[in-house]
Design a protein around this ligand. Structure first.
Ligand code: SAJ
Length: 404
């Protein structure tokens, strides 16, 4: 078979490219960022994810090629970011458009171009098909949205069910045969727009359910009730499964994708919009809790306050849309200085007040706010004795701990 060219070597594209290559397919991994390509060519991974080092080695043994420009072939997978425009809430398709333009310049006739990036329903029709028409290429577009969970990407890549949206059965079957080289999950073949919408719906479902848990946390705090105990009891019902309240929804998926529906269907998306607003209000809510607790304990010096965890969730090193970073901005604006932060998974300093050494961090603070329930917390929490603790994740159980 011809080369499979995977464009966008981020948290989805890279594991996909490496997995395909490790299964013996000829693969080119493409990213426009030369430093990512150089790092991979040196045999080093570009982000933390369970099993990636070994997978990269296997892919290199399998002959994977890393490059900044798309390869000349007839099978492309695109996994580039799809942010939203903060004003209009609509998708910003510039990366996916740029990637497809590059592909159309070099591809063999009649190529298959599979979009894995999450896109708003209608994106392929509205933004991508016209590019092929302009370039005079008869491209076969498809949408096979990624569904893998950061922190368990390699496991889910192999086991999750997959959607393949395509214009005709033959194209869908060709795509299925490539993905079936590593995916043991169920395949559902459908049309492109349905596939686009199904993916957005999945992440929106989760966003709404997290918002419900967050709203319950606020109600219970206001009414003097224990939200965690109430959720635990309610979840004993066979048809109730409430998620966990937390300091906010981060990451580049769940905090972004529902906006596409709000942007395109503003009159119909009331619940979705409210859920987004509730989840986005959580960093401010945590800040209010921090202020209350400081007042209750007569703490006025914010330099003795520290945030444990910067990434958007446990056991990942991804800080995109991180609630901690949003909170730090709020603290800077509302309280005038930057509190201390520490994250055991971050190898580089991303904010001035960040400690790289846990012992120094904990020594310099009296009040610790747990923002992320990393596994390393089990070891670090031994040093929390004698400190005031606000646990926003319900992961630290000790008498006197404050919760959201
Ligand atoms: N969170 C809560 N409470 C919860 C669950 C999550 O506050 O009960 C927070 C997390 O701390 C995090 C955010 O929500 O800040 C999102 O985390 P997540 O683990 O729910 O999801 P992601 O963004 O890491 O991955 C999601 C997944 N989608 C679904 O579960 C429907 C994944 O399968 C998708 O592939 C991914 O989005 C994506 O790339 O679209």
């Amino acid at each position: 078979m011809n080369i499979v060219c995977v464009t966008g070597l981020g948290r989805v594209g890279l594991p996909t490219a490496l997995t395909l290559a490790s299964r013996g397919l000829p693969v080119a991994g493409v990213d426009s960022n030369p430093s990512i390509i150089e790092t991979l060519q040196k045999g080093k991974v570009t982000f933390e994810e369970k099993g990636m080092d070994a997978l990269l080695e296997a892919a290199i043994r399998g002959g994977i090629e890393f490059r900044v420009k798309p390869a000349v072939t007839d099978f492309y997978i695109v996994a580039v970011p799809t942010p939203y425009d903060k004003k209009t809430k609509k998708i910003d398709p510039s990366h996916v458009v740029g990637a497809v333009r590059g592909i159309l310049r070099v591809c063999l006739p009649n190529p298959i171009i599979v979009i894995e990036s999450t896109v708003s329903p209608g994106t392929t029709d509205k933004y991508l098909r016209p590019l092929a028409a302009e370039a005079g290429v008869t491209a076969r577009f498809a949408h096979a949205p990624e569904r893998v969970l950061p922190g368990g990407i390699l496991y889910e890549l192999e086991r999750n069910a997959r959607i393949i949206g395509a214009d005709d059965r033959e194209t869908a079957e060709q795509i299925r045969s490539v993905y079936a080289s590593f995916c043991r999950g169920m395949f559902t073949l459908t049309d492109i727009r349905t596939a686009e919408m199904a993916k957005i719906v999945e992440n929106t479902f989760r966003d709404i359910n997290i918002a419900f848990a967050n709203e319950l946390a606020k109600i219970c705090r206001s009414g003097g009730m224990d939200v965690y105990e109430i959720i635990r009891i309610a979840n004993l019902h066979p048809r109730v499964n409430i998620l966990h309240p937390g300091p906010g929804v981060g990451g580049h998926c769940i905090s972004v994708d529902p906006w596409f529906l709000v942007g395109d269907y503003p009159m119909q998306s009331n619940l979705i919009h409210e859920a987004r607003k509730i989840n986005d209000s959580m960093p401010m809510y945590v800040l209010e809790r921090v202020r209350e607790i400081m007042a209750e304990n007569n703490i006025s010096d914010t330099s003795r306050v520290g945030f444990y965890g910067v990434s958007y969730k446990e056991d990942v090193d991804d800080v995109r849309e991180s609630p901690t970073l949003q909170l730090l901005d709020l603290v800077k604006t509302c309280m005038g200085n930057e509190p201390k932060v520490f994250d055991p998974l971050l190898r580089e300093k991303i904010t001035a007040s960040q400690y790289m050494d846990f012992d120094r961090f904990i020594r310099d603070i009296n009040f610790v706010i747990i923002m992320v329930g990393h596994s390393r917390l089990t070891e670090h929490q031994k040093s929390f004795n004698g400190k005031i603790v606000l646990d926003t994740r319900n992961v630290y159980h000790r008498e006197g701990v404050y919760r959201i």
